[in-house]
Structure formats: structure tokens, C-alpha cells
Design a protein around this ligand. Structure first.
Ligand code: S3P
Length: 177
């Protein structure tokens, strides 16, 4: 079983993904880290040197490799992954998708000190950041809302996610949309 955590930058996908994998006895993969390790290049440098489209293609390439995996995995995806190259369909077809849904204000608070490594927001002021999040989240909603499970204001304790996904793990809930 593959569990994909999706959501905007700062929604806690990596922070929750690691303990979730531990709790379930699954392996953990962070897609951004996977890209950086394999390319030997930081995400910000990939954007700067090759542009966003190149990065989006890398994301899809590594996502396909992960989706073909037969082992138990928790995957933390970059915030844009569901919105490009039919990645959302691939994730829904190969596992359970969980959308960590936070308000623009909460995301802006969390991201205000975590801009530097994220090229899409690195140069934004606090006002610009909130505006960017509000607009981008609205545009991404049509993709994020295709998730199998949506958790609004997720708690920092993984027990909540474990409870919500247990029907999928027990096979009581069909994976097909
Ligand atoms: C992005 C989110 C980032 C990273 C890249 C682009 C996005 O990942 O993939 O900077 O488009 O939202 P996180 O969501 O893990 O910060």
C-alpha cells in the first residue's frame, strides 16, 4: 500500500509523513529529497538553472518510479505534484491520497520563516506571501480536492491520520474513486 500525503507547502507533509511511516511500519519517501539526492542539485538550483517545467517533469518521473513500487510506503509529495502531468490520477490509481488542508493564513504563518529553500516564495514579502498562497491554493483546489481523504486543520499528532486511513489499510474501503 502506498499512502501519498499531498497539500500546499508548509502543510506538514514531511513532518507528519515520517512519524506516520514509523507508526505503520512503512518506509518513508520524501519526493523532493529523492529528486535532490538523485540529481545532486537543490530544488532551488534546479528551478534557477533549468526552470519550473523541467522540475515538474523530474517530479513526474520519480513519482512514476515510486508508484510502481510494491512495498508499503508513505510518500510526502511536493506541493505542486498533484497539479501537473496527471500526477493526481496516477497517485489515486496506485495508492491512497491524503490532502492536508490548511487555510492560507495558517500556511503563511508557517511559511514565513521557511521561504529560503522554496523558489516559488523565496523572494516574497509577508503580504505578497499571503496573497500568493490565497491565489495559488484556489487554483490548486480542483486537484487537491480529488484526494481520497481530506483532513482539515490536521493535528500534529499522527494518530488522527492513522484513524482516518485505517479503513483503507484494512481493505474495508475501495481504493477506486
Ligand atoms: C512546490 C513545493 C515544494 C517543492 C517546490 C515546489 C510547489 O515542496 O516541490 O519548491 O509547487 O508547491 P513542499 O511542498 O514540500 O515545500
Amino acid at each position: 500500500m502506498i499512502i501519498y500525503l499531498i497539500g500546499f507547502m508548509g502543510s506538514g507533509k514531511s513532518t507528519l509523513g515520517r512519524p506516520l511511516a514509523n507508526r505503520l511500519g512503512y518506509s518513508f519517501v520524501d519526493l523532493d529529497e529523492q529528486i535532490e539526492t538523485h540529481s545532486g542539485c537543490k530544488i532551488a538550483d534546479i528551478f534557477a538553472q533549468y526552470g519550473e517545467e523541467y522540475f515538474r517533469n523530474l517530479e513526474s518521473q520519480y513519482l512514476k518510479e515510486i508508484a510502481a513500487n510494491k512495498s508499503n510506503l508513505v510518500v510526502s509529495t511536493g506541493g505542486g505534484v498533484p497539479c501537473f502531468n496527471n500526477n493526481m490520477e496516477l497517485m489515486n490509481a496506485s495508492g491512497v491520497t491524503i490532502y492536508l488542508n490548511l487555510s492560507p493564513k495558517m500556511l503563511a504563518d508557517r511559511l514565513s520563516n521557511a521561504r529560503a529553500t522554496r523558489p516559488l516564495i523565496a523572494s516574497k514579502s509577508s503580504d505578497e506571501l499571503l496573497q500568493y498562497i490565497t491565489q495559488t491554493l484556489a487554483a490548486r483546489d480542483e486537484f487537491y480536492s480529488k484526494a481520497n481523504v481530506i483532513i482539515a486543520n490536521p493535528s500534529r499528532d499522527v494518530s488522527q491520520i492513522v484513524t482516518v486511513i485505517s479503513p483503507y489499510l484494512d481493505g474495508k474501503h475501495s481504493l477506486k474513486n
